[in-house]
Design a protein around this ligand. Sequence first.
Ligand SMILES: NC(=O)c1ccc[n+]([C@@H]2O[C@H](COP(=O)([O-])OP(=O)(O)OC[C@H]3O[C@@H](n4cnc5c(N)ncnc54)[C@H](O)[C@@H]3O)[C@@H](O)[C@H]2O)c1
Length: 386
Amino acid sequence: MSAASRTGIAIVGCGYVADSYRHCLPLHSSVLQLVGVWDRDPQRLAAYRSCWGDHAYGGLDEALGDERIQIVVNLTDPENHADVTDAAIAAGKHVYTEKPLAMTTGEAIALRDRARAAGVRIAAAPCNFLGEAAQTLWKAVRDGRIGRPVLAYAELDDGMVHRANYQTWVSRSGRVWPARGEFETGCTFEHAGYALTVLAGMFGPVRRVTSFAALLIADKKAEPPLPHPAPDFSVGMLEFDNGIVARLTNSIVAPYEHRFRIVGEDGALDIKEPWDYACPVVLRRPSEGRLSRILERRFGGFGGSRVPHVRPTPFRGGRGKPTMDFSRGIAELAAAIRENRPSRLDEDFAVHVTEVTEVLQYPERFERPHVVRSTFAPIEPMDWAR
Ligand SMILES: NC(=O)c1ccc[n+]([C@@H]2O[C@H](COP(=O)([O-])OP(=O)(O)OC[C@H]3O[C@@H](n4cnc5c(N)ncnc54)[C@H](O)[C@@H]3O)[C@@H](O)[C@H]2O)c1
């Protein structure tokens, strides 16, 4: 693809996660061209610029008025997602937004409808569903490796964050992890999408949700104290259209465990870390004999065999580098626009994920169990994973 036909993008919000996107962007340099960036915090903008050297706009209007820009990448904090997305839609730009699309389902639906009326598209993070591990897992399910899938467990316990020295978590351009915002947004809004997108992408829309959420440790060493800390634990049972049920746990109070397990009639598939595209997918056969039952009991799921990834991960994560290609979702939206096909992370999918997430984090806002109203069309596997 020639430089002129690459999709022009602008990043709005140059905070902690922007560095991860920027780090991954060269993986897509043949299809995406970062034209400029904007952050309303001048110090942040300057720190980002001196790290990456990208062109900085003088304001949001200037970025949105740039005719070279087709996609606005909204990396602001969740409180500001809707305003920035709305402004981009009004300017006739497609939007790739960090999750959540909005902080309420109503707001998410309004954004989707405004985008449709304006003839532009929205797609939302996370995009780990497009990663090699998730696509391999999904293909193994489609290929019948575990028989009929019936149950999923997804634990997104993100460690005992209230005891961690999170003040020392610093991104490449020097942004300290925005703890206050994370604690006020809530770990469910921050993280549930990493499991929900994979589950819903594979199994289709969630039909009913029964959930529980609580603020278990209000004091997380934030100074001054947080005025509105969100729940730091949630658990929900999701029932999918096709009868599969899933338990999804989110917390920032329990030791780190990101287990993702799909159970079928004939076996189970495990991913230890759905945030890592290169994570092995492990197939476990049922323990039938006496010895294998004893081993399973003693060693907690001893054994299992690796399912070869459908393709090698085209980057190396770890040692301070992201284990996810954050920019793959932007490239997917750009390809969908170019090819005039639905994006795998489109606005209906994002509304659905937002609705289920809101029920998980704020069960008191909904009837119980909540019948999910939003839906989305079936999603295709990545071409390289068919
Ligand atoms: N922090 C993480 O580890 C992480 C990881 C994955 C995804 N995310 C997601 O990324 C998004 C951003 O998170 P973050 O951690 O980078 O937050 P952050 O607070 O570090 O960065 C947000 C930036 O957006 C800017 N901003 C806010 N409103 C703006 C506006 N109207 N115009 C221009 N700039 C504006 C802020 O000044 C700030 O620099 C969130 O949706 C979060 O859920 C964060």
